[in-house]
Structures are given as C-alpha cells and as structure tokens.
Design a binder for this molecule. Structure first.
Ligand code: SAH
Ligand code: SF4
Ligand code: F3S
Length: 507
C-alpha cells in the first residue's frame, strides 16, 4: 500500500536552483568555482531551507549541479517524520559512498553533508553508521554552514546540532534577484519554526525545537525583496504557521491575520497562502482575513489526523472532532468557497474499527478538496511509540485503503465541480505542448491553459474545460475583471491577461 504524499510532506526532488555567483546583483568574489548538489526530502520548510543554504553556498563560490556525480559537495536535506522518510537517507548514503570512492580513485574529493531533521535527531550516529559523511548539520544552525565547511576542508568530521542562540535568519544571506527569478513567480517564506504542541506521534518538536516566530520587519523585508524580483505569490511557512506571533513595531505582538494584511500591501504580491495550520490556532482575526482579504487564497490545509475523540486525546491533539467541525463551519461562514485539505493518520495505537469509522464520518461531514493520509509510523523518542496496543500492519493497510478511496472520491468530485467555471490562474511555467502554460487556480490545483495565454507571472481569467487526475484543463477568456478595485486588463495585453507579467528578459 502506497501512502499518499502530503503537500507538506512531499519529496522535493532535484537540485535547488541557484545561479552562479557573479551575476549582476550578486557579490562578485574571487573564489574557485565548486559544484553542489542539494537533494531535498520532506516538507516545504526543507525546500525553503535548501534554498537558503544554496544562497549561502553561492557566496562561497558554489554553483548548483543537477547530478551528484560531478558535485564537490552533496547535501542531503532530510526528513524524519515517518520511518520510511528517514530510511531514504541511508539508502542514498550507500549510493553516495560508491560515488565518493570512484571520485577519490580519480584523485578528486566529494564532500557529503547531511542536513535537516534526521541530522538533528541522529547527530553523530549518522557518521558512525555512514563514515563517508563529512558533515551533519541541524536546521537551527544553517547559518554556520560556511564555517562548518571550512572545518571539513581541514579534514575534520563536523557535527553541528546545537540549538544556536543567535537568529539564523539574520545571518543567512538573502538570495540575489537572479536566484529568486530562477525559482519562479511563487515563493515560500518561513515565518515560524518549531512546535510546542507535542502531538504524541510527531517528531517535529524534537527535530525543530520549540516555537520561534520571526519578527514582522524581517518577514516584510524578505517579502519585499521577493516581490521586487518578480514573485507574485507567497506561501508563508511554519510547522505550526498559525501559531505565529511575531513582534511588530514598538514590541507589539502581531497575529498571522494581521501579518497577512500587511504583506498584501506589498506591490506585486497578488496571492497569499500559508501552511501548515493547527486547528487550535485558527483565531478570529485569521478567519476574518479569509473573509476580507482578497489576496488570501480560498484554500486551507487544516489537518485533523483522526475523527475519534478517544484517539485525538491519545494523540494529544487538544481538540475534539466536534471542535474541528465547528471550526470548519466558522471558516466556511467567513469564506464560503474555501477548499479544505487535511492530514490523516490511521492505525494510531489503540485505534479500533469504531474509532476508524469516526474518522470516516468526519471526512464525510467535512468534505475535503484534497487530503494526505498515512499509516501510523512509531517514531523513536515520541510518547506514541511506547503506547500499548499497536495496530497490525495489515489492519493499517486496510484502513488506509478505505480512507483513501473516500478522500479520492471527494477530491474528484471537487475537481469535477470546477468544470465550466471561470477563475483566475497565475501562470507559473510553460506546459508540455507548444503554446501551453501551466498555472494554479486559487484552490491550488494546477491548470493547463493552451494557445499562448500569457506570460509567466500573469494572472489570467480562464474557463475550465475538463479535469484530469491532478490538474484541470482550461481556455483563456478575454474577460476584463469587474470594476471592484481588482486589477484591469493592461493596454495591449494578450487575451485574458489582466495583470502585468514577469520582469522582462526572463519569461
Ligand atoms: N504541523 C502539522 C503537521 C506536521 S507533520 C500539523 O500539526 O498538522 C505532517 C503530517 O505527517 C502530519 O499532519 C501527520 O498526518 C503526519 N505524521 C506525523 N507524524 C507521523 C507518524 N509518526 N506516523 C504517520 N504520520 C505522521
Ligand atoms: Fe507535529 Fe503536532 Fe506540532 Fe503538527 S502540531 S508539528 S503534528 S507536534
Ligand atoms: Fe520532515 Fe522535518 Fe519537515 S521531519 S516534515 S522535514 S519538519
């Protein structure tokens, strides 16, 4: 049985993109060019971290490569959330050891670094198990990467997993404009890290530490830089993003709702999203933002994990099924067209068929547009792992299959409901066929639009013609937006184009 990936927990493949240092807006340094291959596992926060590490390495003269074979440094940014996720590290390290040996036979070095949540959880154990690893660096110390590499260069094996006192975000270099552009018109921005919730199944509070919120000024400055480089859509990230409570001017504490309103003022930022939220932290101001803030997209990832109150209690989720349903009602009252997505765990210790049926009922009551579901995976050091009555693997498989069948049915019904509708799409990249572009609907679904509908970065109005498994097919419509303050078509815009496009020279 294959578990579905979550949009929080997906495997982000490929190397993080970075342009060579020495581009127009990057500092030019007289350092020899070296190549780094970055492989990112896990959630969007790891994707963001990989980008920031790549930015830092660019200043050290590293350019990215898409293949590990020709890399001077291979950096694996790892995930520890489920057993399968962390196992991936060791199989990758087995392959890399061979490559490292082959390069050594050619008289060339290949450094291997392990970052991310497995690095934090296992520390020097990684080097014990895989002696070819040169560097282990935890998520709280990425700003120390240059110094750590200098030490590695002197032949040391380095393990950096202390929680740093200083703020890593203040020390990590910002990407240059070219780097931002190469990453596209949508960007992640981590506003919050860590988690204080301690759900009994989850490693995050141990791998990412306690909750830290970045201050408003830092976030706004980063968002402005991204917008100036052509980013149109920002997704604010946090392991518990709606628990964000950063300091504003004068030391006053802000909530996420207020922050979203502030970010919406930045010229160029047309769309805002945030992920991942905990039901307990959806406060009134945030719900009001969904009602009042046009740029806030009508899509919310709001994991519930289970429907049975007994299991929710054992998971230490701090909410009941009824609390969650009431919350969903309030959110839908504020924003009737909002699409919900969720995460589910089946087979938590002690889960009976009756408990599982409560999860199925909750799914029927809520109706999700999208969801991610997993078999419970006992994680060392978490309280759940020590609970009695672990559920048999075959039972977990069976429950997962039934839950996924229901969730998939709901997802398809949601997508079918889009056919015939008109909606705005932010164009993100060329499609597979000539003239095609791929963008995203407000509800996050990829939309394929044919016949040269506009430039990357344009927001165009389309009509949905049909639906595929995980995407929609649309045609551009030459409609101006209603005169309600929403942007109007530019003179000379191609059909359907309503907002100015990506900075010239790039699209
Ligand atoms: N902060 C988010 C989720 C973080 S982890 C939240 O509070 O919901 C992402 C998802 O992975 C979780 O929502 C959960 O569904 C799943 N997950 C976490 N630990 C797990 C485990 N031990 N076994 C199976 N799934 C797990
Ligand atoms: Fe993990 Fe729970 Fe924190 Fe989410 S809220 S990161 S599931 S401990
Ligand atoms: Fe995985 Fe760490 Fe993210 S455990 S899900 S990479 S916070």
């Amino acid at each position: 049985m294959k578990e579905t990936n979550t949009n929080l927990i997906h495997e982000a493949t490929g190397a993080a993109a970075v342009s060579p240092s020495g581009t127009s807006d990057d500092p030019v340094r007289a350092v020899p060019e070296r190549k780094v291959f970055v492989k990112t596992y896990g959630c969007q926060m790891n994707v963001y971290d990989s980008q920031r590490m790549t930015d830092s390495l660019a200043q050290q003269g590293y350019v990215t490569t898409q293949t590990p074979e020709d890399a001077d440094l291979v950096l694996l940014n790892t995930c520890h959330i489920r057993e399968k996720a962390s196992e991936k590290l060791y199989s990758a390290l087995g392959r890399l050891r061979k490559m490292k040996d082959e390069r050594a036979a050619d008289g060339r070095d290949m450094l291997i670094g392990v970052a991310g949540c497995v690095a934090q959880a296992e520390g020097e154990e990684i080097i014990r198990r895989a002696p070819s690893v040169d560097l282990v660096i935890g998520p709280q110390t990425y700003h120390r990467l240059p110094q750590a590499l200098t030490r590695v260069g002197r032949g040391e094996k380095v393990v950096e997993t202390e929680y740093a006192i200083e703020d890593k975000f203040e020390h990590l270099p910002a990407p240059g404009k070219e780097q931002v552009r190469s990453r596209g018109v949508t960007a992640f921005l981590t506003v919050q890290e860590g988690c204080d919730k301690f759900c009994t199944f989850c490693v995050v509070p141990y791998t990412r530490g306690s909750e830290v919120s970045r201050p408003v000024s830092q976030i706004v400055a980063e968002a402005e830089r991204l917008a100036a480089a052509g980013v149109r859509e920002l997704t604010l990230l946090g392991q518990n993003v709606n628990a964000w409570h950063g300091q504003g001017a004068g030391g006053r504490e802000w909530g996420l709702g207020e922050l979203l309103f502030r970010l919406a003022e930045i010229p160029g930022i047309a769309r805002l999203r945030y992920t991942t939220s905990h039901p307990r932290d959806m406060d009134d101001a945030l719900i009001a933002a969904h009602r009042d803030l046009d740029q806030l997209m009508p899509y919310l990832h709001l994991p519930v994990q289970a429907g049975s109150d007994r299991i929710l209690k054992a998971m230490n989720r701090r909410h009941t099924g009824a609390d969650y349903l009431r919350l969903v009602e309030r959110i839908r009252a504020a924003r009737p067209d909002i699409a919900l997505s969720g995460d589910f765990i089946v087979g938590f210790p002690g889960e009976t068929e009756e408990d599982f049926q409560a999860t199925m009922q909750l799914v029927r009551d809520v109706t999700y547009a999208q969801a991610y579901s997993f078999k419970y995976s006992p994680r060392p050091g978490t309280p759940g792992a020590d609970l009695p009555d672990h559920v048999e693997e075959a039972v977990k498989d069976d429950r997962l299959q039934r839950l996924q069948a229901l969730l998939t049915e709901q997802q398809h019904a949601f997508q079918r409901g889009m056919v015939g509708q008109s909606m705005d799409v932010l164009l993100e990249k060329p499609g597979r066929l000539p003239g095609q572009m791929v963008g995203r609907s407000p509800w996050l679904l990829p939309v394929i639009v044919g016949e040269n509908p506009g430039e990357i970065g344009d927001i165009i109005t389309v009509r949905i013609i049909s639906t595929g498994t995980n995407s929609l097919v649309a045609e551009a419509v030459a409609a101006k937006r209603q005169a309600d303050g929403a942007p109007q078509a530019l003179d000379g815009a191609s059909p359907g184009k309503v907002l100015s496009g990506f900075p010239s020279g790039l699209a």
